[in-house]
Design a protein. Structure first.
Length: 314
């Protein structure tokens, strides 16, 4: 299998957090579809449960992809997640894109009181059980972390499953068992030299199709780049301190998260997105933040409108 350069459209979606009001979040999804975006993906952190929100959005939308980026696996047994994901996929007409991940040691151990030991192996076993349940309705598995022998009465169609994979072991798991990877705070150099070849190599060795490469980055259309960088430094400061993102920033040669944010005027932003498409990114998830040109609402609306104009053109 070779990976020749070819013209493939890069999908443009939105990366968001759900608001406290689930119905307000549903309205945002409806608006995103009306404006032509190809996907809306939600992080599962401390807010409302995102799969429930996506199920609510299903009857209100027709074609937009509805994704999670990502659901932490340590809080949900794979049997429960399989049941939930299959139900939501049916409720959304097969448009669920299930993104899962191990979260971070600090979160799992210090906030949840669980063990983060051997996270890549935990993820491999979790994904093995989950995929078996989603695709076959049953799983018989004996491993270090999971011992499962169960059959479920599930809806027939399984959603694609992607994982947050950045390190070599996780990229190998993603290529062998998942339908792709979802990255955050990872710039084009780290993607081109590390993430994309790592997951593609694992997929090729396993005899699987090229995986989806779903890339989330902060983005702001602005005439005041310095003000936007200062804003990004404040908003995204935490991500420079989490080890997995810190390693990707170091591979990029970036000192801080604002160094991988896409910031600039129309031509510069479009050029950055075209470069991502050229290196093999299949989906760009825009985390829109205020760029400093006027009121925040006007600034984010300007970026939103420009991204709309690029859908289907990259």
């Amino acid at each position: 299998m070779t990976h020749e350069t070819q013209e493939v459209e890069m999908r443009i979606g939105l990366f968001q957090f759900p608001s406290r009001d689930p119905w307000a979040t549903v309205e945002r999804i409806v608006q995103a579809e009306q404006d032509g975006f190809q996907g809306v993906w939600f992080a599962q952190v401390m807010g409302p449960e995102v799969l429930t929100i996506l199920a609510l959005a299903g009857p209100r939308t027709q074609q937009i992809e509805l994704g999670t980026a990502v659901i932490p696996v340590y809080l949900r047994h794979p049997i429960f997640l399989a049941q939930q994901a299959a139900t939501v996929n049916a409720a959304t007409g097969g448009r669920l894109r299930l993104g899962i991940g191990p979260s971070h040691r600090m979160v799992v151990e210090e906030m949840w009181g669980l063990s983060y030991a051997r996270a890549a192996l935990y993820m491999r076993e979790y994904l093995t059980v989950l995929r078996s349940l989603l695709t076959q309705g049953q799983a018989q598995f004996q491993g270090r972390f999971f011992r499962v022998n169960v059959s479920l009465q599930m809806p027939k169609d399984a959603p694609p499953v992607l994982i947050s994979a950045l390190g070599p072991l996780m990229l190998k798991v993603a290529g062998e068992l998942a339908d792709g990877t979802i990255t955050w705070m990872t710039g084009p150099r780290a993607l081109e030299q590390h993430v994309i070849p790592g997951i593609r190599r694992a997929a090729e060795e396993a005899g699987r199709a090229d995986p989806r490469i779903v890339v989330g980055l902060p983005i702001a259309l602005t005439t005041n780049k310095e003000a936007a960088r200062e804003r990004a430094a404040r908003i995204f400061q935490l991500y420079g301190q989490l080890p997995s993102y810190r390693r990707m920033l170091d591979l990029e040669g970036a000192a801080a998260p604002q160094d991988v944010a896409i910031i600039g005027q129309e031509a510069e932003v479009e050029g950055a997105l075209r470069h991502l498409a050229s290196i093999g990114v299949t989906d760009f998830l825009a985390s829109i933040f205020p760029g400093g040109d006027g009121p925040d609402d006007e600034s984010t609306a300007r970026t939103w409108d420009f991204l709309r104009s690029l859908v289907g053109r990259l």
